[in-house]
Design a protein around this ligand. Structure first.
Ligand SMILES: [Zn+2]
Length: 389
């Protein structure tokens, strides 16, 4: 079988439980024999895990009238997961079911001190807890994070330094909690169950108000100990380019992030005035519309934006040699035309010998990949049973 690596994977039973859960989640209703075939685990292992899941209420076994077989599927009401994404001016808080369906979501302002902001997040989580049987909470963070200590070391988008999420959030909600950088969460979800299933060398790139990436090499996340890593948006692509909010000059993010692109579009045409800083899809729809009408400036801007992103990705591919580069939701919202332009730019710049050795694919997670990714991590933590509330 394809080994699935990473994220302190030391417990074989935890790994097998997560594998079986994911197969039932992705392919259910599914027969036991099919679970065995897809996971290549022994029948005895499969039987033990499935019996545990049924006893715990996580999996439902439904007899099929026409045959003697029964079919397995995830019980969507077994429990709920709370997923939180801290980025920029707001936190997204969502309640998901174990089959990764979104149930309810809220937006919380992160204005004020980190203590005040996280206090409001905790209030929202607690209000949701009064309605749902939430068992675990996952927190995805934009910035440099020490995941093991649940410490936000530095976040440019929130302007926070050394914020402890155990003290400021978990203490107030009293739930088992898992914390991860916002680009690592969907990366792990893609490796465990998505576009990069079973791969060991993977890069996941987010595109939005920032450009971050999660990097997995030889099955391990790179530098999970809170050091700066995967900050692709803050690599310099034009030494004489515009200043970035990190203080540097000519960062990729300062040139091509959604707000930076929007500013450049607004300088070209009034047709972009109504678009917000985080509205990827409306921005690109308006851009394509301008280009359709023969707007050369917009076409050149789109080409230049794709060139810069392609350049940064090509540098990363040349350095790291990933098997798969997964382009996150922002790139999906930006459209296939933009993704194709980026791929062409990458192809132009990578070494000839590395062409064909990697794939660039859009994310397989259709809804909010960061919230789904951090929920996957949270479920895994729940299986582990080692989290302390
Ligand atoms: Zn920067």
């Amino acid at each position: 079988m394809n080994q699935v690596h990473g994220y302190n994977l030391t417990d074989v039973k935890l790994h097998n439980r997560f594998l079986v859960y994911n197969i039932i989640r992705l392919y259910g209703p599914i027969r036991r024999a099919s679970v065995a075939r897809r996971t290549r685990l022994t029948r005895a292992t499969i039987t033990n895990i499935i019996n545990e899941f049924i006893q715990e209420g996580l999996v439902l076994s439904t007899p099929q009238c026409s045959t003697s077989h029964s079919y397995l599927q995830i019980n969507p009401h077994a429990f709920w997961i709370c997923a939180v994404h801290l980025q920029g001016a707001v936190a997204k808080v969502a309640v998901l079911t174990p089959d990764m369906a979104f149930w309810e979501s809220a937006t919380v302002s992160l204005a004020g001190s980190p203590e005040e902001a996280l206090g409001r997040v905790a209030e929202t989580v607690n209000a949701l807890r009064s309605k749902y049987d939430i068992r675990v909470m996952g927190v995805a963070v934009s910035g440099v994070v020490d995941a093991d200590r649940a410490l936000i070391k530095h976040s440019v988008t929130m302007g926070w330094e050394n914020v402890c999420l155990v003290e400021n959030l978990q203490r107030l909600v009293k739930l088992p909690m898992v914390v991860e950088r916002n680009a690592n969460a969907p990366l792990l979800a893609e490796v465990w169950q998505g576009a990069a299933a079973g791969k060991r060398n993977v890069v996941y790139v987010n595109y939005g108000t920032g450009i971050g990436c999660g990097i997995m090499m030889n099955g391990e996340l790179i530098a999970r100990d809170g050091l700066v890593t995967g900050e692709l948006g803050h690599t310099t692509v034009d030494p004489s380019g515009p200043f970035c909010h990190c203080g540097n000059q000519g960062c990729l993010e300062a040139l091509v992030s959604v707000p930076a692109l929007l500013t450049q579009c607004k300088a070209i045409s009034r047709n972009f005035e109504h678009i917000g800083d985080a509205d990827v899809e409306p921005l690109f729809t308006a851009l394509y519309s301008q280009i359709e009408q023969g707007d050369e400036l917009c076409l050149n801007l789109l080409k230049r934006t794709a060139e810069y992103i392609g350049l940064a990705l090509a540098n990363m591919i040349t350095m790291l040699g990933p098997e798969v580069v997964v382009l996150g939701n922002g790139f999906v919202q930006a459209g296939e035309r933009f993704r194709n332009m980026i791929e062409e730019a990458v192809e132009k710049r990578v070494l000839k010998s590395s062409r064909g050795s990697f794939k660039i694919v859009p994310t397989s997670i259709k809804s909010d990949a960061i919230l789904v990714g951090i929920s996957s991590l949270a479920i895994r933590r729940l299986f582990n049973g080692s989290a302390e509330a």
